[in-house]
Design a protein around this ligand. Structure first.
Ligand code: PLP
Length: 380
């Protein structure tokens, strides 16, 4: 199937299009059809044959490979997590901190990327949050916040509120030069922008599948760079983290040499199957191709909003734009408008920090963008 060139055909892979003009992928995205089918297939097999066909851990290994391809990692550097927060906690609780160390982050971060670091206060580790400036994290300020006691920079690839995208290549270079570990919360970027852990010098990455990957909630990926696998202390181990099989009576802490050492017990296989199906669809479309399409759609939206005199709060420069368009107007009650758009036009947006937030994916049509623009009242 060459879905990459036919956006109309591709819409068939997203059943949500039959019901809604859904532009809220930065919140909880709809499942793609392949993801829903994979989940249903899993449920069906478990109902008919329990674990007896025994294929699903092999599927999980294939999903690991797809996830690795998505971020240019090795499959051995990937394991599954139940949400982004779990992956962040793996890092926050796994680094060998020394009292007086610090973590550099920003005030823009979604709280998932704040609490696990704040939780280190009792261990004498400080979280330094660089203030945002005009909807951006100023790179120079971030760089200046890194000092001799900084061990980790913890940043989102794309900010949840207005979609500001971090220049990860530049940040990765800086962290490497300063000998600081780079953790990336990639949930708002995977599925929209290429993320390459090698060229971006990313040490750790976490992302659940429920946003732009169009997978379910509760199944995500954690990446730990190969060289660091033995150095990040697993915060909660279990029998599946051990090299020797669970059938063995042996009790010996003998952790896997790969990222499976962060595992504990059984996997969320239904979720992982669905996540894998969605990632494969994205890989088939091609992330570069998807990115270009999302750029066209969000440009169309941002330009239309400006024409209608709305304020657009999302940076739209070539290195900063993302799939999120945040906009507001002092003339309108935005909560009431968001509800009206849904009830009257079946247009789904979010409201965040007192603004409306649209986040269309590649399968949204230009007609859907125009429909949103038409449904919005002018702001002048
Ligand atoms: C940047 C960012 N990180 C993380 C999350 C969600 O975290 P979790 O997968 O732990 O629920 C969100 C959800 O809005 C987010 O925008």
């Amino acid at each position: 199937m060459n879905v990459a060139t036919d956006w109309t055909a591709l819409r068939e892979e997203f059943p949500i299009t039959r019901n809604y003009n859904f532009q809220n992928h930065a919140a909880i995205a709809p499942l793609s059809k392949p993801a829903a089918d994979a989940m249903a297939g899993y449920a069906h097999e478990l109902a008919e044959a329990a674990y007896l066909h025994g294929t699903y851990y092999r599927v999980a290994d294939r999903v690991r490979q797809s996830a690795a391809r998505l971020i240019n990692a090795d499959p051995e550097e990937i394991t599954f997590i139940k949400n982004t927060s779990e992956g962040i906690n793996y890092v926050a609780n796994g680094v060998a901190w020394i009292t007086g160390d610090n973590v550099v982050s920003s005030t823009m971060e979604f709280s998932a990327n704040v609490y696990p670091w704040l939780n280190l206060e009792s261990r004498g580790v400080t979280l330094k949050r660089v203030p945002e400036e005009e909807g951006r994290i100023p790179f120079d300020r971030l760089a200046a916040a890194i000092d001799k006691r900084t061990r980790v920079v913890a940043i989102s690839a794309v900010q949840w509120s207005n979609g500001f995208r971090m220049d990860l290549t530049r940040l990765g270079e800086l962290c490497k030069e300063k000998g600081v570990l780079l953790f990336v919360d990639a949930i708002q970027a995977l599925g929209v922008h290429p993320v390459d852990v090698r060229t971006m010098n990313i040490d750790f990455l976490a992302a659940d599948g429920h946003k732009w990957l169009c997978g379910p909630e509760g199944a995500g990926i954690f990446f730990c760079k190969r060289e660091l696998i033995g150095h990040l202390h697993p915060m909660a181990i279990g029998y599946l983290a051990m090299k020797h099989g669970f059938e063995s009576n042996e009790i010996k802490v003998d952790l896997h040499d790969d990222a499976r050492r962060f595992d504990s017990g059984v996997y969320n296989l239904a979720g992982i199957c669905a996540l894998g199906a969605s990632i494969n669809l994205l890989l088939e479309v091609g992330i570069d191709h998807a990115q270009k399409r999302i750029k066209d759609l969000t440009d169309r939206l941002a330009e239309g909003l400006l024409r209608k005199k709305w304020m657009v709060h999302s940076p739209r420069t070539p290195s900063e734009w993302s799939g999120i368009v945040s906009f507001s107007s002092e003339k309108h009650d935005l909560q009431a408008l968001r509800k009206h758009l849904r009830s009257e036009f079946r247009i789904v947006l979010a409201s965040r920090l007192g603004r409306l937030r649209a986040s269309p994916h590649f399968y949204n049509s230009t007609d859907e963008i125009d429909q949103l623009l038409e449904a919005l009242p002018a702001s002048s």
